[in-house]
Design a protein around this ligand. Sequence first.
Ligand code: SF4
Length: 320
Amino acid sequence: MLPLGITPYYASLIDPEDPEQAIRRTKIPTMAEFERSGDECEDPLGEDAHSPLPGLVHTYPDKVLFLVTDFCATYCRYCTRARMVGGGEFLPEKKMWERALDYIREHTEIRDVLLSGGDPLILADERLEWILTRLREIPHVEFLRIGTKVPAVLPYRITDGLLDILKKVHPLFFSIHFTHPDELTPEVRTACNRLADAGIPLGGQTVLLKGVNDDPEVMKRLNLGLLRVRCKPYYLHQCDPIQGSAHFRTSVAAGQEIIRSLHGHTTGYAVPTYMVDTAGGGGKVPVGPGYVRERDGDYLVLRNYRGEVTRYWDPGESDE
Ligand code: SF4
C-alpha cells in the first residue's frame, strides 16, 4: 500500500550491497510487509474515528493534529499513517485547510496545533506561510509545532526563505523524526543548527525498530548525536501495529531495557520518554522502566540506575 519514495540525498546514504543496513531497511520494502499478525490494522490509533473533518485529528483536549498533506519526502516502511500517505487522495488544497482553520477558530480550548501529514515541509514556502500565519492569528492557539522528517532526509530544504517564514510565527517547535545515527551527517547538522539558530526548539522523535535501532549502543549514539546537533531526544515510540509491521516490532521489555541502559549512564538530556500509543485513540502512555519497587511504611523502596536497591523517606504517602 505504501509507495516507495526516497530523496536522492537519502539514497546516497543507503548501501546498495547490504540489504540489512539499518537505514536501508527503513526505506526499501520487503515481502515481510505482506504478512499480518496480532492486533495489526490500518488505523491502529483510531485517528479516523477522532477526525471531525478531513485533515484534522482531535484526540486530546487542548491540541489537534493538522494533517496538511499526504506527501512525504521519503516513505518510512513502518509509518503509522501508511493507510493514507502517498496515496494522492488527500491533496493539499486551501479549501480543506480553510475548513480545518475554521474548526480550530471555533474550538477555543485548542492551544497547541501540530502540523503533520505527510510532511508539512514538502509544501512550497508560500503555502506553508499561508497556513502558519493564519494559525498564528488565532488568539487561543499558543503553540505551533511541525512534525517532520525533512531535516533528516532533505536537509537542503532548510533554506533562508523557509527560516524567514518560521521565525515570524514563534513560539514554534519542531519534532524531527530520526531513526539511526547514520542519519546525522554534516548536512543534517547544518540543517538542525540553522533551525536552532532561528530560535526553534528541536525535539527528536524515534520509532523503536527491530534490527535498526533496538540496540542500546546504537540508541546511545543516536541520542548523543542528536544533542550535538541541538535536538533533544523527546519521544521513543513503540512501533505502532500497522499492517505488515511485525518484522519491525520489538517487545516493550526490549524498549525498557534500552531506556534503562541510558538513564544514569549518560546525560539525562539524552534519555527520551518511551511511549506506547494505545489502540482506538486511547492516547500515548509512557511505558519506561519503573524504578519504584514498593512502599515500606514511610519509605519508598527504589532501584537506582546501577540496579542497587535504595530507600527514600516519603512519609506523606504512607497509609499510617
Ligand atoms: S515521514 Fe512521517 S508521515 Fe512520512 S512516511 Fe515517514 S513516518 Fe510516515
